[in-house]
Design a protein around this ligand. Structure first.
Ligand SMILES: Nc1ncnc2c1ncn2[C@@H]1O[C@H](COP(=O)(O)OP(=O)(O)O)[C@@H](O)[C@H]1O
Ligand SMILES: [Mg+2]
Ligand SMILES: [Zn+2]
Length: 306
């Protein structure tokens, strides 16, 4: 074999090894975006704990409470990545560990184990940066109840949003106001309402103001806890559409938790099903909801259809 054909053979072999079927361009296209948020092995128990907690809970024991010591294994060994502009949905029934998981990600509750790497910040669970500083731009939570979220009911809607910008370093009041108005309008609040006090707003509208406040200084990671619970179904769909449009444009990594499969189906690019604090199934929503593999997911889907 002459040197040229050896080189050609090597090149062909290498190309085949790197791009088995579809060629290099197609292979590059299916690569997911680099994650903004990488969670690994997140775990949290409530109680003293014992050697049997993990073995006796979850599917094996059909409970999240350890029968030996009474400890609740609220979240166990949860891992995921979320890329820029991507929405990860987490679905599970009441008590499955959704709020605990979000509170670990928002650093409200310390994790027992695991890591949470946010692009540009390292592992936030071991970070020395203050929580307040992190929440300015790294990780922002939108709560289920907008009144519990630190909004001022007597203040104009746009001032509730602008206040966050001014607190996070924007020096010009006019600029803060203009950016707040733009975002409120994008989220579906008519300009004629921007100066009205928040307390005159419906639940769905107040939720849009909370979202605008969370996003006006775009965070790396946006956490949504049951964002549409308690709202009219028609308002829900419209709100979810606005959320999707804005998160897409801003490129935050979004984690949304809900007990409502429909919310996850509309919003999420990928879904984790959580049961007794463990991930029992994951995939794209169409696949998980149309062809559920785990008995718990099958039950969730069936009860939704009943
Ligand atoms: N502070 C706490 N102390 C003791 N148990 C808790 C605490 N917070 C949550 N739990 C328990 O952890 C489990 C998961 O709760 P939670 O995360 O609120 O579930 P979800 O949001 O899915 O309804 C439940 O069994 C709950 O009772
Ligand atoms: Mg909850
Ligand atoms: Zn135990």
């Amino acid at each position: 074999m002459n040197p040229t054909s050896t080189a050609q053979a090597a090149a062909a072999q290498s190309a085949a090894a790197h791009a088995p079927a579809a060629g290099p361009t197609a292979a590059a296209q299916v690569l997911p975006p680099p994650p903004l948020l990488s969670a690994r092995g997140l775990s949290r128990r409530f109680g003293p704990g014992c050697d049997l907690c993990i073995e006796l809970t979850g599917d094996a024991g059909a409970t999240s409470r350890c029968p030996a010591c009474g400890t609740v294994v609220a979240v166990h060994d949860v891992s995921f990545d979320v890329g820029a502009g991507e929405v990860l949905g987490i679905v599970g029934e009441s008590g499955s560990g959704k709020t605990t998981l979000l509170s670990l990600l928002h650093l409200d509750t310390p994790a027992d184990a695991g890591s949470m790497v946010v692009d540009g910040y390292g592992d936030l669970l071991r970070s020395r940066t203050s929580d307040a500083e992190l929440r300015r731009s790294a990780v922002v939570m939108v709560h289920q109840n907008s009144l519990a979220a630190g909004l001022a009911p007597r203040l104009a809607a746009e001032s509730n949003v602008a206040e966050r910008l001014l607190r996070t370093g924007c020096r010009s009041f006019a600029e803060a106001r203009a950016r707040s108005q733009d975002l409120l309008a994008e989220l579906g609040i008519h300009p004629s309402r921007h100066t009205d006090p928040l307390e005159t707003f419906s639940g769905g509208m107040a939720q849009r103001v909370q979202l605008a406040r969370a996003l006006v200084n775009p965070p790396r990671v946006l956490l949504l806890d049951e964002p549409t619970t308690g709202l009219d179904p028609s308002v829900q769909a419209d709100l979810l559409e606005s959320v999707q449009r804005v998160t897409d444009r801003l490129g935050s990594a979004t984690v949304v938790v809900s007990h409502d499969l429909e919310v996850i189906r509309i919003l999420a690019d990928r879904v984790l099903v959580i049961h007794f604090g463990r991930v029992v199934e994951d995939g794209i929503p169409e696949q998980v909801f149309d062809d559920p593999q785990h008995p718990y997911t099958q039950l969730l889907v069936a009860s939704r259809l009943r």
